[in-house]
Design a protein around this ligand. Structure first.
Ligand code: KG4
Ligand code: ZN
Length: 366
């Protein structure tokens, strides 16, 4: 099955074509994927000037980019050879989501192909299947950390999701971006904070910085990052009283980045390991833009090795951590295979009607 997927939920216009072999497990067998194309037109430079994503600018850029990105994606594959078109329907910025949906509907109509709507967060869960050689066993949980979401999802089996914890205010990526802005680092802030944190040298430290670990001991799987962000703001204000050109002091900036990053990681790991133990999971998945963070990837791996040594740990390749359409194509493959499996028909023997799709900025994973 060849899927052409379209992703426009935020500031990346992405189209990908993925060939899917095998099936979902259980009961069909392990899925395998071959990426035929993966095109991403990033709008980062445009939004960077504003320090964050401007929805109407994102919409304008998606409309402009979509035909160009499609042409590039179809360079080696003909539209006739596509079996299914998939598009992100939420969560995300509604004006941006609608551009993808309208474009996908038009393409599906012109090419007479079925169209399926996909939840962006499901895409982040399945992105780690690409490089997966091991058999995935259930139950599983996914820690999803992106610019808009921070959630722990319990997965009883493929396509059966339940959110067991989430942020009560800012998402982890959003906190990274806002703290970076306070420190006058460029947008998006996550990779910048991570780079600055790497430069942190304990021997250079003249001032010990301590930030809170919000909700680390609460008896639930929820998060809160807004207080941590405010703590950084007050810390900066305090430092500015004695050091006016504080943001030029790379030693101080890097130590704040290091402590902030570690505070986020500590809370994410503590809650995820607790959830993993309570739900007796066999597989732990990390996904979303913040999963590009090297320290988070490494420290979660160490925690799993120490506390849950028999658990399979899945992380996407760095390339597929941030928004892309490959992950949307994979989610569509799994959904379509499950559908045909339920009807006990091979996918090429059944014509399915496409439903009218609607963008939902707050779409919940279930
Ligand atoms: O999944 P994603 O591309 O978009 C959303 O669905 O929101 O995630 C983007 C988020 C941004 O907040 C960005 O700062 C963060 O992921 N991010 C990182 C890193 N790379 C991207 N955060 C921490 N460390 C990184 N290396
Ligand atoms: Zn995302």
């Amino acid at each position: 099955m060849r899927v052409l997927a379209i992703e426009t939920s935020c500031d990346e216009t992405a189209i990908s074509i993925v060939e899917c072999f095998g099936g979902i497990n259980p009961p069909i067998g392990e899925p395998r994927f071959k990426i035929l194309s993966n095109i991403i037109a990033s709008q980062i430079k445009i939004h960077a000037k504003w320090g964050g994503v401007v929805p109407n600018l994102a919409k304008r850029e998606h409309i402009k980019n979509l035909p160009i990105v499609l042409k590039k994606a179809l360079r080696k594959t003909k539209m006739e050879d596509i079996d299914l078109i998939a598009v992100t329907v939420g969560p995300g910025l509604e004006p941006a989501l609608w551009t993808g949906i309208n474009f996908a509907e038009d393409l599906a109509k012109k090419s007479n192909k079925p169209l399926i709507g996909i939840n962006h967060m499901e895409g982040h869960i399945v992105a780690s299947l690409l490089n997966q050689k091991n058999k995935i066993t259930f139950p599983a949980i996914a820690l999803l950390v992106s610019g808009g979401h921070t959630e722990i999802v319990f997965i009883r089996k493929w396509l059966d999701y339940k959110i067991i914890g989430q942020t009560r205010d800012d998402a982890a990526g959003e906190a990274f971006d806002k703290v970076a802005k306070m420190l006058k680092l460029p947008y998006p802030g996550g990779p910048e904070i991570s780079k600055m944190a790497e430069k942190f040298k304990i021997k250079n430290l003249k001032l010990k910085i301590n930030l809170p670990r919000p909700m680390i001991n609460s008896k639930d799987y929820d998060f809160s990052f807004s207080g941590l962000k405010t703590a950084v703001l007050y810390l900066i204000k305090d430092l500015q009283k004695t050091i006016p050109k504080f943001s030029d002091r790379k030693d101080l900036v890097s130590s704040i980045c290091h402590e902030f990053q570690q505070a986020v990681i500590d809370v994410l790991i503590k809650k995820t390991i607790c959830a993993a133990k309570e739900y007796k999971i066999k597989t732990l998945i990390l996904g979303g833009g913040v999963s590009a963070n090297t320290e988070l990837r490494k420290q979660l791996a160490e925690a799993i090795k120490k506390e849950l040594p028999n658990t399979l740990y899945l992380i996407p390749d760095i390339k597929y951590t941030t928004d892309n359409a490959v992950m949307i194509a994979i989610a569509a493959c799994l959904r379509r295979q499950a559908y045909f499996h339920a009807l006990k028909k091979p996918f090429d023997k059944l014509k399915v009607k496409s439903k009218k799709l609607k963008a939902n900025g707050n779409l919940i994973l279930k």
